[in-house]
Design a protein around this ligand. Structure first.
Ligand code: C2E
Ligand code: MG
Ligand code: MG
Ligand code: MG
Length: 279
């Protein structure tokens, strides 16, 4: 009797797994076609100076809307793209769209840097750097207006090789940010010589500020250490006035989050900027 119950559980579990694998395969095929058709889009989210409210940058974020109108969450489709080798094409497409948005902003008089997300697979790919470098020339955009974000976990995964790749971007004049900082393992050993201009404190610490004393300690430590090594420090995922005030008092300069603005398409962003006197 016991054996047959176990058997039923096993079958149910395995059906769920099969569904999940099916979904991933379907999405992978669809994503390949979507990339081929150039049909991903970007949204831009402002980064603001916590003491003045002034906009100091944007982050470009990939968006995928399927034919039925539903959006697939980036965490899901980026993971699929990384696992299937589609990520390099995806990120090149997103980079191009980011450059178009940046070009529009510049034409309206906004010379504000835009950050783009790169995967470690991109950095290690032989064509990615040249693609980015060629885009800078063809779009005629100053490299200082670009900021490459790579997650801490990925930048530490193959440290020496990734550092070498990042240094090529630095030589070109592009800034580097370490994304989701605090979630990786081995960065303390490397923080003194890591190739980066800024570090972004992971949203998980910011979101627990009201409820968990430990996140205060972690953030204070990141701020102290980061300043010691001259990084500019950005807090991600600020949603409440309390979080903003706490971070500002703790000495964090820059923030990003729904409290200030959600990621927006270029037209909404232009309206938002025009309405915001501080810019
Ligand atoms: P990320 O680079 O850490 O981007 C920040 C994420 O936090 C974005 O999620 C953004 O929408 C979200 N966010 C910003 N403010 C708030 C807030 O106040 N509250 C909450 N709850 N969330 C906030 P999104 O757009 O879903 O992207 C998720 C992740 O997917 C990104 O995390 C990044 O790692 C990856 N990703 C997105 N676009 C790209 C891309 O073009 N290329 C690559 N390689 N990865 C990307
Ligand atoms: Mg990012
Ligand atoms: Mg992040
Ligand atoms: Mg993140």
């Amino acid at each position: 009797k016991q054996a047959s119950i176990n058997n039923i559980n096993y079958l149910q579990h395995s059906q769920q797994e099969t569904d999940l694998i099916d979904r991933r395969y379907r999405l992978m095929d669809e994503l390949r076609n979507t990339i081929r058709g150039g049909k991903l889009s970007v949204m831009l989210q402002p980064k603001v100076c916590l003491s003045t409210g002034k906009v100091v940058g944007f982050e470009s974020l990939a968006r995928w809307q399927r034919d039925d109108g539903c959006f697939v969450p980036p965490d899901e489709f980026i993971a699929i793209a990384e696992a299937s080798g589609l990520i390099i094409k995806l990120d090149c497409l997103i980079f191009e769209k980011t450059m178009e948005a940046l070009k529009t902003l510049i034409s309206l008089g906004y010379r504000i840097p835009v950050a783009f997300n790169a995967s470690s697979f991109d950095l290690l790919h032989p064509d990615y750097f040249n693609f980015v470098a060629n885009c800078l020339v063809s779009f005629d955009i100053a490299p200082e207006l670009l900021d490459l974000e790579v997650t801490e976990t990925q930048s530490m995964s193959d440290y020496e090789r990734i550092q070498k790749c990042l240094q090529r971007f630095v030589a070109l004049g592009i800034k580097i940010s370490i994304d989701d900082f605090g979630t990786g393992y081995s960065s303390l050993a490397h923080i003194s010589n890591i190739t980066a201009n800024s570090i972004k404190i992971d949203r998980s610490f910011v979101s627990k500020l009201e409820t968990d004393k430990n996140s205060e300690h972690v953030i204070n430590m990141i701020l102290k250490l980061g300043k010691q090594f001259d990084f500019s420090i950005v807090a991600e995922g600020i949603e409440t006035e309390y979080q903003k005030q706490w971070l500002s008092n703790a000495g964090c300069d820059i923030g990003q989050g729904y409290l200030f603005a959600r990621p927006m398409g270029i037209h909404d962003l232009i309206e938002w900027l025009a309405a915001d006197k501080r810019r």
